[in-house]
Design a binder for this molecule. Sequence first.
Ligand SMILES: Cc1cc2nc3c(=O)[nH]c(=O)nc-3n(C[C@H](O)[C@H](O)[C@H](O)COP(=O)(O)OP(=O)(O)OC[C@H]3O[C@@H](n4cnc5c(N)ncnc54)[C@H](O)[C@@H]3O)c2cc1C
Length: 424
Amino acid sequence: MATPSTFHTPSTSNPKVLIIGAGMGGVTLALLLEKANIDYEIYERAKELKAVGSAIGIAPNVMPMMEQLGLLDDIKGIYQVFKQMDVYNESPDGETLELSSRTEFSELKELSGYPSVSMSRPEFHALLISRVPAHKLHLGKRVLSISQDDETGVLIRTSDGMSHEGDILVGADGAYSSVRHSLYKQLANEGLLPSSDAEDLKVCHMSILGTSNPVDPALIPPAEDGLSRGCSVVGHNKPHSLPLGANGGYVTIGDLVDNTPQENITKVMLEEKLYNTWYHRRTVLIGDACHKMLPNAGRGAVNAMLDAVILANAIYEIGVDATPRNIQSAFREYFNERFPHAKADLEASQKMAKLNAGQTWSDNLRRKVVFKFMPASLMRSYFTRTLAYRPQASFLPKVECRGSVKPEPQKKSKRYQRENAIAV
Ligand SMILES: Cc1cc2nc3c(=O)[nH]c(=O)nc-3n(C[C@H](O)[C@H](O)[C@H](O)COP(=O)(O)OP(=O)(O)OC[C@H]3O[C@@H](n4cnc5c(N)ncnc54)[C@H](O)[C@@H]3O)c2cc1C
């Protein structure tokens, strides 16, 4: 096995990318690099891939990129249109739940050309994974530590006693990222870690009991009306009924839990943090590893996938000249584009969490006032602003805009234009 000082012969061709983590961000990046004809490998700690969680909402921002990857038709086969979100509050006497707000999402399709959708998370993840060549995905490989050197490359050590080498290392290994941990240790040793990044993730005082795939179809009917039905409970577990049963019937949260196989029930602690350091030398972070958001606005996985496309564009631009300088400038480009968007979405997720699930008296009041009196135009302007960001892979044929909101202008790939001109 190679040692860190001699571990890699720097690339004179496209760089070799090591992706750590086969979650939404890591797998999307792999699919993009595959299309860009860039060498990569994915290392995943799980011995078998089994996505946890029930439903996942995917906003239209990533759909043009999914279409470029040839995934849109398959996604259409598994999604349900996310038409509205209802929030229920306990009635003043504590006996029942009453509808406190309803947010409509139906206009997203007209604005962006794609609806906001909800899917089974395991199905969506399995679809993405099915497009990654099997020999590129290495399971049962928990990354324990990383080494990197400007001149020679990167090296990871995995729990099976092996080490693996490359030119670029991508930490797509989630909120408790080992790559981030190792990277920040190096930065701290070099006196380069900002103090804000030395602090741990902030765990918010909220827990969710997620149910997935309830077994009794009488309790949760298939969404014959095209609406998706998901359920999450904040805080206590009183036997209140919700209109989620068959033919508009009511069921309690207890019914949902009782009718869900034990192994599909997860209690999730929700953390949030926006890190300021996303790269150093040959290592870069994407997804929850650098921006962990509360799930209330459904933006975490969407941002992980948006990171993937912008990073893939930047890596593609490096071309055959993977010098430390070019790698740094690719990472800088990626960070400069993605950080403001991730920050805005993290803040929106914070606000949405408070609005939808805040438990104080003032949260309750704010919820009533905002949802009752907020003009529809304000919501539309929020959607318009958010949906304008629909970046695409710069090295694949562009997908036409089908919505009334034009996408933000995107930097063209010089390499793609050059190579296409030569091909023509
Ligand atoms: C309850 C809940 C609901 C949510 N709903 C939505 C939603 O509707 N829409 C949305 O956009 N987002 C949603 N999110 C957020 C979303 O799940 C995350 O933002 C997203 O999964 C992040 O993707 P990722 O690829 O960065 O990390 P992850 O999905 O966490 O993937 C990280 C991968 O890295 C692997 N790994 C970890 N450590 C190592 C290691 N040392 N070595 C090798 N592999 C390793 C893990 O096994 C995992 O496979 C929700 C989150 C929660 C908690």
